[in-house]
Ligand binder design. Structure first.
Ligand code: SAH
Length: 215
C-alpha cells in the first residue's frame, strides 16, 4: 500500500480536471485529492489511475470514472454524519469518497469476489464502512431509513424498495436506462407518498443486475 509524492501530484492534477469539468463541491474535490485511487485498481492500471477514466476491476465490472463519482456525490448534497446507502460497492472507491465527505456508509455488492476484495481494503485504509454481500434491488430494510441513496450501476427502473427506505427530504441518485447510456436522475422524497424527479444528463454504467447473492 504505497502512496508516493508522484501519486499525490497526479491527484492534484485530477482535482483541477474535475473542477474544469464543473465539479464545485469542495468536500468532493478534497476527497478525490486525498484518496489513493491507484490502490483500488489492478496494479496493471496504476500508471493510469489518475486519468479521468473508468477501468475494469474484475468480475466483468468497472470502477467508475472520477468525474462520474464526483458528480453523483455532488448530487447527493451530503451533510456530515448522514446515513448513506450505496448500491454496487465494486472496488470500494465511491464508498471511500462518501466516507471522506462525512457520510456513514452502508454499501451492497452482489459479486462475492468484489465484496471480498473491497471489504478488507476499506478497513485497511481506515474507513468504517459497512459492506454487505447481497442484492441492491432490495436495499437494506433492517438499517433503513437512509438520508441518501446512491446507485452506481445502470438501473432498468427505479427500485421501489430504495424509495421506501429513503427518509422524507432524502435524495436518491440513480442512473436509469437499459441501453448503453443511462440518464442520471435525482429522486427527492418530498412526502411519504410523493417524489420529485430531476435529470442530469447521460452517463455510462455497467448494468444493475437481478439477485445473484447466494447463487
Ligand atoms: N461504486 C463502484 C462502481 C462499481 S460498478 C466503484 O466505485 O468501484 C457497479 C457495481 O454494481 C458492480 O460491482 C456490480 O457488481 C454491482 N451490482 C450490479 N448489480 C447489483 C445489485 N443488484 N446489487 C448490488 N450490486 C450490484
Amino acid at each position: 500500500m504505497i502512496d508516493t509524492f508522484r501519486h499525490k501530484g497526479m491527484r492534484k492534477q485530477l482535482r483541477r480536471v474535475l473542477l474544469l469539468k464543473g465539479i464545485k463541491n469542495i468536500a468532493v474535490l478534497d476527497a478525490i485529492e486525498k484518496i489513493p485511487r491507484h490502490l483500488f485498481l489492478d496494479k496493471a492500471f496504476e500508471e493510469h489511475a489518475y486519468e479521468d477514466k473508468a477501468f475494469r476491476i474484475g468480475a466483468g465490472q468497472t470502477i467508475s470514472q472520477p468525474y462520474t463519482v464526483a458528480k453523483q456525490t455532488e448530487l447527493l448534497e451530503l451533510k456530515r454524519n448522514e446515513k448513506v446507502l450505496e448500491i454496487g460497492t465494486g472496488s470500494g472507491y465511491q464508498s471511500s469518497v462518501l466516507a471522506e465527505c462525512g457520510a456513514r456508509v452502508y454499501s451492497i455488492e452482489r459479486q462475492k469476489l468484489l465484496h471480498d476484495t473491497a471489504r478488507p481494503l476499506l478497513s485497511e485504509l481506515g474507513y468504517n464502512i459497512k459492506t454487505f454481500y447481497g442484492d441492491g434491488y432490495l436495499g437494506l430494510p433492517s438499517y433503513a431509513p437512509f438520508d441518501k441513496v446512491i446507485v452506481t450501476a445502470g438501473a432498468p427502473f427505479i427500485p421501489p424498495a430504495l424509495i421506501e427506505q429513503l427518509k422524507v427530504g432524502g435524495i436518491l441518485v440513480i442512473p436509469v436506462g437499459e441501453g448503453k447510456e443511462q440518464v442520471m436522475k435525482t429522486v427527492t422524497k418530498i412526502s411519504a407518498t410523493e417524489v420529485e424527479i430531476k435529470e442530469h444528463g447521460e452517463f455510462r454504467f455497467v448494468p444493475l443486475l437481478e439477485d445473484k447473492a447466494g447463487k
